[in-house]
Structures are given as C-alpha cells and as structure tokens.
Write a protein that binds this ligand. Structure first.
Ligand code: URA
Ligand code: ZN
Length: 366
C-alpha cells in the first residue's frame, strides 16, 4: 500500500466479475460466456462480438483476478494503489432477459457493495443498471443505490434502452442520476460493426476492436448526446469517460466546427446562444480517466477538460503481461509514466490526477 495517505492513489477504472456473474456466464453458450475449448482444459472468457471467432483470439484466459476480490487488493498493493472504485466489466447486464433484470441488478449491486465492505476505505464501486428492465425498474434501482454504502456512481455502456444515449426516453434516468448525485462511468463494449475491420481481422488479435472500436464507440455515444441537447436538459449530469474520452478531446474542435457549419441545425434553430458547445460540456459535465497510455493523449485530455477533471485508472484485470507473473504490469506503469510526464513528478496537479480528483468528485472518504 502507498505510504502517503494524504495524497492517495485512486484507480477509478478497474473491473470485477463477481462470482455469481461468472456462474451465470458458465451456463451460457452465446456471448458473453465462459467455457473451455478442448483439448485445453482452461477456461476462457468471451465477451466481445469481434472475439467470438475460432482462433487464438477467442476470448481470453479467465483466472481468479477476474472474480476474486482478494486478488484486486493484491494487485492494488503491487501497484501502490490505495483505493479502487470497482465496476462490473462489460457487457454488464445488457443481455439479461427483461423479466430478470431488476433482480439481477439488485443482487450484483448488493454483492459488489458487500465485497467493498470487506476492505473498508480501500474499495468503492460503480453500480450496474438493469437496462433491459425498462425505465421504471432502472429508476427504482437508482433510488435504491442510496442505501448501499460504497456505491459512488453507475457504470453504463453506450446502448441505453437499445437506441443509444441520445434516446429521449433516457432523460428520466439521467435526471434520476443527477438528482442522486451519481456520476455515470461511461464504458464501451460493442465497438464498431465487424465489417470495418476487413477480411483479415482475425489475423490481428483484439487490436482493432480494443484500440479503435472502443474509443470510437465512446466518442460517437457522447457526441450524439451533445447533439441531442442532453446536457442542456440535464444540466448537472456528470459523466466520467473511459479511455480519456475515446477520441473526444482530440476531435472536439472538429465536432464543434461541423456543428457551427451545419445548415440543418441552423434551420432547426439549434445554434442559438443557449447551446452548450462541446468545450462547455467537456469542462462542465465530463471527467476523463487517464487510461490512454501516452503523454500525447493525456495532454489532450487535460487541455480539453482541465487537470482537475482527469483521474488515474488501470483497466485491471484486462491487459495483463503476456508472460510472467507477480511483477508490475506494463499497462499500469505506462499510465503512471504518462501522468508524470504530462503534469510533472511530485506536482499538485499530478497528485490530483493520481487520486485527489477522484476523492473530490466521487466523495471517497480517506
Ligand atoms: N477489454 C474489455 O472487454 N473491457 C475492458 O474494460 C478492457 C478490455
Ligand atoms: Zn474497462
């Protein structure tokens, strides 16, 4: 554990699949599922549409680090992380039949909250919403989250109720989150349609969907919310975007210019003074994790949203070293190095990105 308790290191992007979720996945044969592929006896986790193919890239090995909370603490200790805000990993409960959604979300959220209670002060969590259950069920679960001591927000994918996050039907849900002061941790899963990766996609492992599909999915989802005026309607809605906002910080100027030059938007009266620009939203409603693996990307995030809106993350247990065990993970160290390079080692700004920003925004009592 890091010794400087005054300036903690907080990991806001770190996942678990609680044991009950893993059991559910083992009973399934369509994505998401867990099974072995004989002759190998080892279990593999297959979650992404693009990875459900017959090749070595079919899913990934799934070990205790995916579901055993004591492994999370071990990982935190190895990497000097004081506090983790854990979240169910994708694809959450998106696939659960509508009639089972309410119960599934309650038991997962209770289970995750209980896991946090085993390590008081070290673990908090983003809850999962019963998206397939419909609006009323979702709002009811949001209201119930107040009773769960360690919940500090919700993790959400980009599909919403099936029509994306610019769906007006989602407004009551965003309002309930605003009212209950629960930020959304927006995380991709579905990527882009498989056709964009071409005929040789299987030769390239998971690189294209993870490196490009994920960030573009996030960028598109948030841009659609901005175009739909969600942030003018739910003005205090807070969103933490995974992977430093995908490509939103880099593309914000272009998106803004396309909006300003769009004759249709002008004719519809949507370019008035009351419009919140992409930059306004980035500085008022959006926070960005620092899971971008380079100084260049992180500086774009800092310039777009501000240094007090950027927060360290690891994406554990994804991106483990391909060989060897026990030592520090390169995927984590790269993000530490990027934060130091972008903000200066030992600076107040670095301390903010490493933990203080998360403590402030997510109200993590230390
Ligand atoms: N792959 C995933 O499916 N999810 C993550 O969060 C990271 C990698
Ligand atoms: Zn993640």
């Amino acid at each position: 554990m890091a010794t400087n308790t005054k300036s903690p290191v907080v990991d806001i992007h770190t996942h678990v699949y609680p044991p009950s979720y893993i059991s559910l996945l083992k009973s399934r044969s369509e994505i998401p599922y867990v099974r072995s592929f004989p002759p190998s006896p080892s279990l593999r986790l297959v979650i992404l549409p693009a990875e459900d193919t017959e090749s070595t890239s079919r899913g990934r090995p799934v070990g205790a680090e995916y579901y055993d909370i004591s492994k999370k603490i071990e990982f935190m200790d190895t990497h000097s992380i004081d506090i983790s805000v854990i979240s169910l990993a994708n694809p959450w409960l998106d696939w659960v039949p509508s009639s089972e959604a309410a119960q599934a979300a309650q038991s997962i959220n209770d289970e995750v909250n209980t896991e946090c209670g085993k390590y008081p002060g070290r673990l908090f969590a983003f809850a999962t919403l019963p998206l397939s259950g419909g609006k009323e069920v979702i709002v009811k679960e949001i209201q119930r989250l107040k009773s769960l001591k360690y919940i500090r927000g919700v993790i959400l994918g980009t599909t919403g109720l099936g029509k994306g996050l610019d769906d007006p039907e989602l407004l009551p849900i965003f309002e309930a989150l605003q009212e209950n002061k629960l930020p959304i941790f927006l995380h991709p899963h579905y990527g882009l349609p498989g056709s964009v990766w071409g005929e040789r996609a299987n030769d390239y492992g998971h690189v294209l969907p993870l490196a490009l599909g994920f960030p573009l999915e996030t960028t598109i989802a948030v841009t659609r919310m901005i175009l739909a005026g969600v942030f003018e309607k739910v003005t205090e809605l807070e969103m933490i975007l995974a992977h430093s906002g995908g490509t939103l910080p880099f593309l914000a100027g272009r998106i803004e210019s396309c909006i300003e030059h769009d004759a249709h938007l002008k004719a519809e009266g949507k370019l008035g003074k009351e419009r919140k620009t992409v930059w306004d939203v980035l500085k008022k409603n959006i926070y960005l994790d620092a899971v971008i693996y380079s100084e260049v990307g992180l500086k774009a995030a800092i310039q777009a949203s501000g240094q007090y809106r950027v927060m360290f993350g690891t994406d554990h247990p994804f991106f483990p070293p391909l060989e060897g065990e026990g030592q520090k993970w390169a995927s984590v160290e790269t993000n530490y190095v990027a934060i130091k390079a972008a903000l200066g080692g030992g600076s107040e700004e670095e301390k903010g990105a490493l933990g203080r920003n998360a403590v402030r925004v997510l109200n993590l009592e230390v």
